[in-house]
Design a protein around this ligand. Structure first.
Ligand SMILES: *[C@@H]1O[C@H](CO)[C@@H](O)[C@H](O)[C@H]1NC(C)=O
Ligand SMILES: *[C@@H]1O[C@H](CO)[C@@H](O)[C@H](O)[C@H]1NC(C)=O
Ligand SMILES: *[C@@H]1O[C@H](CO)[C@@H](O)[C@H](O)[C@H]1NC(C)=O
Ligand SMILES: *[C@@H]1O[C@H](CO)[C@@H](O)[C@H](O)[C@H]1NC(C)=O
Ligand SMILES: *[C@@H]1O[C@H](CO)[C@@H](O)[C@H](O)[C@H]1NC(C)=O
Ligand SMILES: *[C@@H]1O[C@H](CO)[C@@H](O)[C@H](O)[C@H]1NC(C)=O
Ligand SMILES: *[C@@H]1O[C@H](CO)[C@@H](O)[C@H](O)[C@H]1NC(C)=O
Ligand SMILES: *[C@@H]1O[C@H](CO)[C@@H](O)[C@H](O)[C@H]1NC(C)=O
Ligand SMILES: *[C@@H]1O[C@H](CO)[C@@H](O)[C@H](O)[C@H]1NC(C)=O
Ligand SMILES: *[C@@H]1O[C@H](CO)[C@@H](O)[C@H](O)[C@H]1NC(C)=O
Ligand SMILES: *[C@@H]1O[C@H](CO)[C@@H](O)[C@H](O)[C@H]1NC(C)=O
Ligand SMILES: CC(=O)N[C@H]1CO[C@H](CO)[C@@H](O)[C@@H]1O
Length: 716
């Protein structure tokens, strides 16, 4: 028995004596208690020769250790002669278990009734290949468990109130993580990502708006005769329509060779002059460029030839689609060859990869996690030497938790209809719960069936969702380009412009939170319960989320234009409709909200501080003498005496503090010395009588870094 006592400081109570113990039970399980109450019931430690026969470990005198390694984290290690190890946890029957997979089984954000391996999920309702994953779950019982391994394993949540995992490994380390400093489940995520990995801050260009085609070698218009010109045609239309964009990428095909991949080049017929083309895209048009990549060696290519010669390929006995086997990247020579070959792309100006596959049977399933982690490492490595940390944008559909330091994710191949949209919203929430915080979905869906799919209605709703996603990426081309038939006479182009430009204007807010993602692991898309943990009504809500902590976002994921929105108790006493700034909704209530295609249900909480503005020029070369423009939207409420926001613009952080004083009916903002590239900051107060915002200029009106308004009536 290991017992540790400690003292810890808490924000609310000056000095608290905490005392958790972890003990072995007579039935060979582990209990974490605070002396009197059981906090975690680790009912069994599992071991066996097969995952199907693994049972409770009986002789615990050998190969088992357990101890608290910090006041709130207990570490359990298992190392026995058994080939499989795992654990089972029990709680009350209504306990929810979240995490593990990005894919929302049954459209849920928790894992009720799911038993599956820790691997890519494949073809499924709503989204195929929604494959981010982590050996980590968290529960409504108030703790999390992280199994620190890349081995294959399976999780089972089919028994109400129980969670079980078993890994194909003769040794296993797992951590039981309890909340820290009253931080609830958010602090569990923070501690978990401290043990595994956290995302890097992406370049602003990676956050979008980003446009791409599944095949730029098809669907030529006007005098376009190759892919390079086809991309230029997109760039020109974005420019002419004044649609903000920060990057563009080419999916496969773009290379020479069998199925266009494996020769580490651009097909000269489609891209006659790639280096100059990419340089112009970046420097003249202001858009970064990424290309597709995958660990698959297609017959007849350079990659294939080098691999067969040196026997780097996994045996060809896992055929899905005949798209080539994967290289075994645990062979150093294979890894190095691939890494070096990929460096061609950085050399010609490519700033990141869309990283596909790794879970299609091109290798044995039991190495999927290890091999995918290696491929994401090398894809990162082949870029970082040229562009530096945060200088390129890699995003994958298949990634295990440790790789979040090396890649961001998109949610896979969604259906281009409301099912795909609803599942995408739920997968975005789930992606946040496993801390893949920089995330986007193919706006409008990927799998299109028939003409005009997505319908203009689905596409518009999805564009709004992407405006309030960390990444706005949209697939056009192949008869799905908003300014060409059959979409040219629909609302699509107008909504695309409105939402892409809104997303661009939200970049100061989004970028500030990417800093948070990298420091704490907390995602931008937050399950409602992460912000409102004590409100049990939030635990199953799969179609609305907090975007950062200021916005409550409720995408419309059904036909018809209205939905019910629940306003959680905890973060705010009431919520203000964000776009019209008139309707106020009380926490704890629900309301039916309608919205035309030109808007979306979004709400702000009391005391919100929202930095917005034009801080990244991207393709907006039509703005002559462009200079950055940053404004702070403030939503004071006398219910909130003080609120804070940490602004991050790429350099230092600024702590912005908003205070209200009911006695003299005033509000004061301190911007913490905030300026942007030497440019001043506008302050926009949202107050009664000034619903359009009362605009003040910090540089001319601020004194000592703060600004005060008096005799005010707040909006909520
Ligand atoms: C445990 O129970 C004892 C006796 O009721 C009480 O004095 C003590 O404060 C409790 N400890 C905790 C951590 O709740
Ligand atoms: C055992 O492993 C196989 C292969 O990985 C998997 O399909 C199965 O679900 C696992 N079974 C259990 C009980 O974990
Ligand atoms: C349990 O393991 C210990 C240490 O290896 C060993 O001495 C003991 O005989 C084992 N007990 C049983 C019942 O197998
Ligand atoms: C497991 O234990 C064996 C000795 O019994 C040791 O050689 C090995 O390094 C241990 N593995 C781990 C991962 O600790
Ligand atoms: C467990 O891993 C071994 C390789 O270490 C592999 O041969 C075996 O097939 C795996 N078992 C399962 C059930 O995946
Ligand atoms: C294609 O046509 C447009 C006008 O329709 C023109 O501006 C452009 O220069 C032409 N491009 C080429 C490569 O001929
Ligand atoms: C890049 O821009 C330069 C200068 O405008 C132009 O001469 C060149 O043809 C462009 N290259 C490509 C590949 O479009
Ligand atoms: C391309 O690869 C496929 C599958 O490996 C193979 O069947 C086909 O012959 C290859 N084509 C060429 C032109 O090499
Ligand atoms: C790969 O090898 C095949 C067979 O020798 C050859 O035909 C092909 O040209 C090679 N591919 C490349 C890109 O060199
Ligand atoms: C969406 O498309 C998928 C196939 O991609 C189909 O199974 C599903 O029924 C469709 N949902 C709706 C609402 O049409
Ligand atoms: C999922 O994959 C299946 C089989 O490849 C395909 O029929 C279906 O259209 C795909 N659906 C989506 C949404 O990608
Ligand atoms: C969400 C919402 O209510 N949007 C409305 C805001 O006001 C404009 C203009 O009055 C309407 O067009 C929107 O529908």
């Amino acid at each position: 028995m290991v017992r540790i006592s400690w003292l810890s400081l808490s924000a609310l109570v000056p000095l608290v004596v905490c005392d958790y113990t972890i003990t072995l039970t007579p039935s060979s399980g582990l209990l974490v208690t605070d002396g009197n109450t059981t906090l975690v019931d680790n009912t069994a430690i599992l071991a066996g020769a097969q995952n199907t026969t693994a049972g409770a470990l009986r002789n615990t005198t050998q190969g088992l250790t357990y101890a608290f390694i910090s006041p709130t984290v207990a570490k359990v290690t298992l190392n026995t002669s058994n080939a499989f190890h795992g654990a089972r946890f029990s709680a009350s029957k209504t306990t929810r278990f979240y995490g593990v997979w990005e894919y929302p089984f049954s459209s849920r954000i928790d894992n009720a009734n799911v038993a599956f391996e820790l691997k890519g999920v494949g073809n499924n309702v709503g989204i195929n290949w929604s494959n981010a994953r982590a050996p980590f779950f968290l529960t409504s019982a108030g703790y999390g468990v992280y199994a620190d391994t890349l081995k294959m394993g399976s999780y089972d949540f089919t028994t109400p109130g129980e969670a079980q995992f078993i890994f194909n490994s003769s040794s296993l380390v797992y951590y039981i993580i309890l909340p820290k400093d009253d931080g609830g489940l958010k602090s569990v995520i923070e501690q978990y990502t401290g043990l595994s990995a956290r995302s890097e801050i992406p370049p602003t260009s990676g956050l979008g708006p980003t446009f791409w085609s599944d095949d730029f070698t098809l669907d030529f218009h006007g005098n376009v005769s190759n892919a390079q010109e086809n991309i230029q045609d997109v760039v020109d239309h974005l420019y002419n329509n004044r649609i903000r964009a920060t990057s563009i990428f080419a999916d496969r095909p773009y290379g020479s060779g069998n199925r266009s991949w494996g020769n580490f080049d651009f097909d000269p017929k489609q891209y006659p002059d790639p280096a100059s083309f990419i340089q112009n895209l970046t420097e003249v048009s202001g858009m970064d460029f990424q290309v597709w990549t995958a660990n698959r060696a297609q017959y007849g290519t350079k990659l294939y030839n080098a691999s067969t010669q040196d026997r780097w390929l996994f045996p060809d006995d896992h055929p899905v689609g005949g798209l080539g086997e994967a290289l075994n990247l645990s062979i150093p020579a294979a890894y190095n060859y691939f890494d070096e070959s990929l460096k061609y792309f950085a050399a010609v100006g490519v700033k990141g990869y869309k990283i596909d596959r790794g879970e299609e049977g091109e290798m044995p399933d039991y190495v999927q996690n290890e091999q995918m982690a290696l491929f994401l490492d090398l894809a990162y490595d082949s870029m970082v030497g040229t562009w530096g940390k945060g200088g390129f944008y890699n995003f994958a559909r298949s990634a295990v938790d440790r790789s979040r330091a090396k890649t961001h994710v998109w949610n896979g191949d969604s259906s281009a209809n409301f099912t795909g949209l609803a599942y995408s919203v739920a997968s975005g929430i789930r992606s946040g719960l496993i801390s893949f915080g920089i995330w986007g979905s193919d706006t409008g869906g990927y799998t299109r069936e028939g003409a005009l799919t997505p319908s203009p209605e689905v596409w518009a709703r999805w564009m709004w969702f992407s405006a309030f996603s960390p990444v706005y990426e949209l697939m056009l081309g192949t008869n799905h380009t908003p300014w060409y038939p059959p979409y040219d006479n629909t609302s699509t182009l107008a909504v695309m412009k409105q939402t892409a430009n809104l997303h661009a204007d939200l970049l100061p807010y989004i970028r500030s939170y990417t800093n948070d993602v990298s420091k704490t692991g907390l995602p931008l898309i937050r399950a409602l319960f992460l912000e409102a943990e004590k409100d049990e009504k939030t635990w199953d809500i799969n179609d609305s989320y907090f975007f950062g902590s200021e916005f409550l976002v409720a995408p419309i994921v059904n036909a018809g234009g209205s939905r019910s929105v629940y306003f959680p108790i905890g973060p705010s006493k009431s919520y203000l409709e964000y776009f019209n700034k008139t309707q106020v909704y009380t926490a704890g209530t629900s309301a039916n909200i309608s919205s035309p295609l030109t808007s979306m249900p979004v709400f702000v909480k009391q005391g919100a501080i929202i930095p917005r503005g034009d801080v990244y020029q991207g393709n907006a070369k039509w703005i002559e003498g462009w200079t950055p423009d940053l404004r702070l939207e403030l939503y004071p409420s006398f219910d909130v005496p003080e609120s804070r926001f940490t602004y991050y613009g790429g350099g230092a952080e600024n702590e912005i503090v908003l205070k209200t004083n009911k006695a003299d009916r005033s509000a004061t903002v301190d911007t913490g010395g905030l300026e942007f590239n030497g440019w001043g900051v506008k302050i926009v107060w949202f107050l009664r009588g000034a619903e359009e915002g009362r605009i003040m200029d910090m540089t001319t009106e601020g004194e000592g870094g703060s600004l005060k308004v008096t005799n005010i009536e707040t909006l909520f």
